[in-house]
Design a protein around this ligand. Sequence first.
Ligand SMILES: [Zn+2]
Length: 136
Amino acid sequence: MSENSSPATTKISTYLMMIVLIVLALSIVALMLSVNAFIIGNEIVAGYLLIIGFIAMAIAGYVLLQSRKRVASMRIEAPKVMTTVECRKCGFKSVRDFQRGDFIFKELEACQKCEDKMMITAIYKEVKEKEKTYPF
Ligand SMILES: [Zn+2]
């Protein structure tokens, strides 16, 4: 389930970056044209182009800022995978972060209490309430 969310996020941000770059390029073109129009003496056109250029630049900056924020918040809210380790003999239970190579019924190091071997009994994704209200 976790595999299909992260590549989509990268795709969206690459797409957004392309739009931002295009808008930025257009704003630079508009500003250059504005300078050109000003030199020619067409001050009204120069003024319009200047406004268009600045608005485009502001939009690009805003989108960039928003996408950065979203990527940052997504990283924070990414669900954590937890592993429950249980001792079959005394029932001692501990929860830790998922580690590469973990699987259910895998035998681990000795129990802290009775020194019998411990076993992974559950692997699950920690779901936060916040995610449900997330607009995306
Ligand atoms: Zn034990």
